[in-house]
Ligand binder design. Structure first.
Ligand SMILES: Nc1nc2c(ncn2[C@@H]2O[C@H](COP(=O)(O)OP(=O)(O)OP(=O)(O)O)[C@@H](O)[C@H]2O)c(=O)[nH]1
Ligand SMILES: [Mg+2]
Length: 267
């Protein structure tokens, strides 16, 4: 069966063919895959595109390992990883210190931060990892921004310049803009909102503890987080939402602030 290419596809392919860097190629190849016809006749082509994409990604990974020496990114900890970026001296470390347990060096001189600084932010009991990267925008630091769950752009006045830096380096991670003069409460709320997470409380007798889940998660996701065997032995869950209490199954969609107690079958 012939594949009828759309103008969109051909445009993406042209950009791919003109791309100079591997990272740029990845961007347009992903675009080609997105707009490629999905019918049976295009299956082979689609498989080839996916294989090519995987190869390019391996190339980038190899290159960044070589350039970055011992540093291969920052191990994710907590429920999400946020990369703090901004123009030099804008106040990134000051914000990191205010919203996390980190104690980074803060100085009036430019390029005070010379390697990634890591801190943990507490949001109603949920832990969010915040990583400030140096404003040298070296590829190994930008790789952290690329793989983080969120990029928090710190700005003072306008964020046009830093946005264009991120665009030029093909950082397509979701962005939130943080004014350096925002207060701690506002900054934390903005970050949390942009992460698209909900907090669900696990109930264990009288104790409850917070768990972060993606918006739209179901009881199955929640149960998997507790223990994978719990899904196999799942009987039902008791759910408290506001003043209501009910019994629900694995496919029930959870909402922020739900309290859930999983009941398993006796063995
Ligand atoms: N007026 C004012 N000064 C600030 C603010 N935040 C930080 N500063 C000052 O700006 C300077 C740089 O602050 P840092 O927090 O080190 O900035 P940075 O972006 O981490 O800097 P580099 O790591 O060098 O890129 C310091 O002298 C801070 O005291 C702010 O909100 N208002
Ligand atoms: Mg700094």
């Amino acid at each position: 069966m012939p594949v009828n290419f759309t103008a969109e596809y051909l445009k993406a392919e042209q950009k791919f063919l003109n791309a100079k860097t591997t990272e740029e190629k990845i961007v347009y190849l992903e675009e080609m895959i997105r707009v490629c016809p999905k019918h049976k006749g295009a299956e082979n082509l689609l498989a080839q595109l996916h294989a090519k994409l995987a190869k390019l990604k391996r190339e980038v990974e190899r290159a960044s390992k070589k350039n970055g020496g011992k540093r291969e990114g920052i191990r994710k900890e907590g429920d999400a990883q946020v990369c703090l970026v901004g123009d030099v001296n804008v106040g990134k470390s000051s914000i990191l210190k205010k919203i996390t347990n980190a104690d980074p060096e803060i100085d009036e001189y430019p390029y005070t931060t010379v390697q990634p600084e890591i801190g943990m932010m507490d949001y109603n009991g949920v832990k969010i990892q915040i990583v400030e990267i140096p404003s040298t925008f070296r590829p190994e630091y930008m790789a952290i921004a690329r793989t983080a769950d969120l990029v928090a752009v710190v700005y003072n006045g306008s964020h046009k310049h830093i946005d264009s830096v991120l665009d030029s380096m093909y950082i397509r991670t979701k962005r939130v803009h943080i004014n350096v003069n925002d207060n701690v409460e506002r900054i934390k709320n903005k970050i949390w909102k942009s992460l698209n997470l909900i907090i669900v409380y696990t109930k264990n007798g009288k104790d409850t503890s917070p768990m972060a889940l993606k918006k739209g998660s179901i009881v199955r996701d929640f149960t998997l987080h507790i223990h994978k065997d719990f899904v196999k032995n799942f009987w039902y869950a008791r759910l408290w939402r506001g003043s209501k209490e009910k019994q629900v199954g694995l496919n029930y969609i959870l909402k922020d602030r739900d309290v859930v107690e999983v009941k398993t079958k006796m063995k």
